[in-house]
Design a protein around this ligand. Sequence first.
Ligand SMILES: Nc1ncnc2c1ncn2[C@@H]1O[C@H](COP(=O)(O)OP(=O)(O)OP(=O)(O)O)[C@@H](O)[C@H]1O
Length: 699
Amino acid sequence: MGKKRKASETEAVDEYPAAQANTSKDGKERKSKKKDTTEKSLTPSALTNSTKEKPEYEKMTIEELKRKPENEEESDKAARKAELKKRKREDKQKAEVEGGDSIAAETDKDKKKAAKLAKKLAKQGQASEEGKRQLAEESKEEKAARKEAKRAAKAKAKEEASANGEGEGKKKKKKTKGTVTEVEETKDVIMEDAVEAIVEDKMDVDSSNSGSSESEVEKSKTPKSNGSTAPTTANGTESPAPADSVAINLYMTTHSIKITDPAKPDSASCDLILNFSDLPAVDKSHLAPFSAYKSPTPIQAASWSYLLAGKDLIGVAETGSGKTMAFAYPAVQYLSKMSKSDRNPKKSGARVVIVSPTRELAMQIFEQVEKLTLAAGLKEAATCIYGGVPKDPQRESLKKALVIVATPGRLNDFLEEGAANISQAGYVVLDEADRMLDKGFEDAIKTILGATPATPKRQTLMFTATWPQSVRQLASTFMTKPVRIGINSPDDGDLRANTRITQTVEVLADGRIKEPRLLNIINAHQRSSPGAKNDRILVFALYKKEAARLENFLRAKGIKVGGIHGDLNQATRTSTLAEFKAGRTPVLVATDVAARGLDIPNVKLVINVTFPLTIEDYVHRIGRTGRAGELGKAITFFTDHDKAHSGSLINVLKAANQAVPDDLMKFGTTVKKKEHASYGAFYKDTSDAKAATKIKFDD
Ligand SMILES: Nc1ncnc2c1ncn2[C@@H]1O[C@H](COP(=O)(O)OP(=O)(O)OP(=O)(O)O)[C@@H](O)[C@H]1O
């Protein structure tokens, strides 16, 4: 069947629910936290001496306040305790706002946990081959040198600490084989022990194969400061070292990260930012939007250094893994580093452009970007441009915009009429990049990129959860030597669904039983536990009319349901999505307009009533559940009409360790990898389809 997907048809608008918990950390609150917390020390004698002179509690350190002086009067004790309490409360608030201390503390715990896990995985032979290879490249000789350096540094640190009366835990540096080996505090020794155990395990297994060449060893162990792409902060100071190579190797092992940097093709070293506190920021207050999170997600950890260093990048990571912040944070730092005169939209236009395939997704990205721009003190710096709503307010907002988040159609309209100026936009992102490079959008994207500075003056980023071969060639024409980062993503174009989603495929002999079966599943879920009645359930249909029919059917059966598809006006779509997000309408029937990118909290179940046009869309649809580390469930009806997808679906199920029903196997395992500009490498082969009825794809 010939099905055409139009760029304009995939656009939709709706309101995205506001703000996560951290939005309460407004500028005002941050200001108060930014007060100088430097504590001047009082000598211990000042605490115990005079009972006549009142101690200056506000000048004391927390430690000094904790110490009870001899002969302390009751009134002094109360004042001291009150000051101590106040100070602790302030510190706690500060940590919450700046995401510093609490995140660092969590990170230490995490590191220990990760070390244990890595050791266990390595023993079970489950650690990724890439990580194990890198770890195994550490030669015995180097290991001995490192141990020696560690011992020497420890001894020196101890010596100095006893000489200075200081506690342990400062970083010491010692030259080893012409490189600088960083010796971290006790917590990192635990990490190193775990990594050594992995290396030893590997060497035991692989002893005949342990002779990596000297140069390979040097490369794999080169500390990040050596030839590193680590960014510097705007004020020119060197950024904090993201993490040492041991911690990086360990992280790569446990998170299955593959980084290909054409600038350093033979290098095994890379820069990861494992803690928010290590993230270069023009000002630490810019990190406030991260205060709700414990640590960067793998795609954030892996991509930030490269993006902050100005590299082009292709980031492929599973649905719901935090890709938005991965590209949005460096975008805002890029702006923050500019001089005020360069950051003048009236003079230079917008400096950052982020393009998304749907209106809802554009609005969602805008909300994340706005949190960052506000934290960076850039008021009204971002705007969201999408179709289906009046142009005037958008045209007005473009005059002040440094960041444009847009759907391609409306942005092109504004480019044509001269209302948008992106001629100096040096940071351009294609979110859902494979979709953006699909035929429906290809021309619009070419026009948009053509209006920005030519590469390499432009930094171009592409992010997605699916990266079919069919779009890679086209992508490369827009980029300069992009770094490729794949998280848990094979290089061969095979797809990986989010492994936290339990996928079930129900092969139905007759499509007519879809509706009663759908009702049955929804009822069963809503009755499964007292709270389940309010769980969000997202039902996908392929066509607008089908979505409307399903919505009416469910409503007639007493289900609180809403619908989103192209036949509905913007106002209805907006309110329907808002009701769904708020949980007032727990079931939403949607076409593929809601398949990509939408981040709706608490979607517990996705039901695919009709299989999508491509296997990539399947991965994105089910990716509306199981987000940000949560678990999710997806149920897919599969009928004879969908048999062309059986092979690719079986592969996706197997790759995520999901059960493959025998009935599905009967349809065959062949995957027809056809190159097709509109539908990717998995385009449905129509040559053996029955009658060629022209069907217009609506959303
Ligand atoms: N470091 C982090 N820790 C925890 N949660 C995070 C972190 N970064 C982002 N998130 C949250 O994870 C959720 C998913 O993020 P996001 O929408 O960016 O995912 P995505 O990878 O773009 O997904 P998709 O491929 O479906 O578009 C959001 O709710 C976001 O707030």
